[in-house]
Design a protein around this ligand. Structure first.
Ligand code: P5A
Length: 437
């Protein structure tokens, strides 16, 4: 992509409405624009990052054996009346009346819709377990939408739903999601802390939030200091094996949310306690038969008896992750994207656009790297070098490749890794192509 033609409305000044760094940088880097309170449009570069994160999440859900579906954003009120949540959900639910006076709502979550699909289609324990997920928009009329996409009203969520014949199966499904989340967040360059959590409006009595440490986060974190020394994640997991030991290893350090920590039988000893703040990027729930009993989602078990199906649900805040990753990875000049989700891997900077030698070298680098399948943004604009470097720093492209007349005289271009304290390497055009391909 040539920057001269790319729709990237960057801002020089810090927008006054943005209180935290990720919100500031997302606006300044031209990633999103607010349409109404807590409702955002995603511009080309922001959308590219959102899609890249979505893809990592999708790959991990698929690896864990879940199947992707797409459910409607608009749901009938009847399903929520059946589950008993229509009144409970309160003002966070956006309620809609259609022209026939039927009550609808914009889904804040999809337990009811998926349970309805299940009860109409599955009748026998032989068809279980089933795991279904979608990556889709939700709407929650938050009292105080804030921090940009971090607490939006309309937001993008991955939501997975598991169906099992018994509690043991449901725990296996829970563990698969637990481990899939660890892998997912590790691929996104994050270290998540799984914390025992309150189940709130979703229900049930087993749940874990996955928290990323950030001073601006809205969640309190209590955990054992030794947690930070451990990194037991083996990315080569066989999802069919017993995952309980991995889950145990990640949950024995008493990490907990504040309510859970206060209620714990053996809270972390004062001298070992880390107290901080973080962002909740995922939340998994096991709620047994709460929805299946209320909505009559039963299957026959091996003895021929009808039993309500055991369920869980598992969410990842995909749009929130964009903000969380920026909170975890930035410096005073801008964003530092992990390579796994960067909108472009290479930023090519023509230090003297209009100079024949510079233009020719850049054209070759641009064409050859594109041919090699490298996502590249080429700053071909007639701008000062300082402006171009500042722009590349702001938008966070992992590799910056600068081409100038002085270097070219010696047959070299300059390669810099974003976030590497300015270490630059000079290399020939051919070796730059080989290195980045
Ligand atoms: C799990 C999947 C659920 O809704 N039902 C389906 C369950 N869980 S949750 O914890 O309420 O939400 C899952 C994740 O969504 C993100 N999230 C938000 N992101 C941006 N803005 C919001 N207002 C918002 N609310 C929730 C969080 O990452 C949360 O963990």
């Amino acid at each position: 992509m040539r920057l001269s033609r790319y729709f990237l409305p960057t801002l020089k000044e810090n927008p006054a409405e943005a209180q935290i760094v990720s919100h500031r940088l997302m606006l300044r880097a031209g990633m999103v624009r607010q349409s109404a309170a807590g409702i955002y449009s995603w511009l080309p570069m922001g959308y590219k990052v959102l899609r890249n994160i979505e893809q990592v999440v999708r790959e991990e859900m698929d690896a864990a054996g879940s199947q992707e579906v797409l459910m409607p954003t608009i749901q009938p009120a009847e399903l929520w009346q059946e589950s008993g949540r229509y009144d409970d959900y309160g003002k966070e639910m956006l309620r809609i009346t259609d022209r026939h006076d039927r009550s609808l709502l914009y889904g804040p979550t999809h337990e009811e819709v998926v349970t309805d699909i299940f009860r109409n289609a599955v009748k026998s324990y032989r068809d279980l377990p089933i795991n279904l997920y979608q990556i889709h928009w939700k709407f929650r009329d938050e009292v105080r939408p804030r921090f940009g996409v971090m607490r939006g009203r309309e937001f993008f969520m991955k939501d997975n739903y598991s169906f099992d014949i018994d509690a043991a199966g449901a725990v296996r499904s829970y563990n698969k999601m637990f481990v899939a989340y660890l892998r997912c967040f590790a691929r996104l360059g994050l270290t998540p802390i799984p914390m025992r959590a309150d189940t709130g409006a979703i229900g049930g009595d087993l749940s874990h939030e996955f928290i990323v440490l950030a001073d601006t986060g809205e969640s309190a974190v209590y955990c054992d200091k030794s947690w930070f020394k451990t990194n037991p994640l083996d990315l080569d997991v066989d999802f069919e094996s017993d995952l309980q030991p991995i889950v145990d290893e990640w949950t024995t350090l008493y990490a907990a949310t504040d309510e859970m920590h206060d209620a714990a039988d053996c809270p972390v000893a004062a001298d070992q306690l880390y107290e901080g703040r973080g962002i909740e990027v995922g939340h998994i729930f096991y709620f047994g038969t709460k929805y299946s009993t209320a909505m009559g989602a039963t299957v026959t078990d091996s003895s021929g008896a009808d039993v309500p199906v055991e369920m869980g649900s598992h969410g990842i805040g995909v749009s929130r992750l964009v903000g969380a990753i920026i909170e975890a990875s930035h410096d005073e000049s801008g964003i530092i994207w992990p390579e796994s989700i960067a909108p472009f891997k290479v930023g090519l900077i023509n230090l003297r656009a209009g100079d024949d030698a510079c233009d020719a070298a850049c054209d070759k680098l641009y064409a050859d790297l594109q041919k090699a399948g490298v996502e590249i943004i080429y700053d071909d604009r007639d701008e000062r070098a300082g402006v171009k470097f500042a722009n590349m720093d702001l938008i966070g492209v992992p590799w910056q490749l600068a081409v100038g007349p002085r270097g070219l005289k010696n047959g070299v271009v300059e390669l810099k890794r974003r976030g590497s304290d300015g270490d630059k390497e000079e290399l020939s055009i051919e070796s730059a192509i080989a290195r980045l391909s």
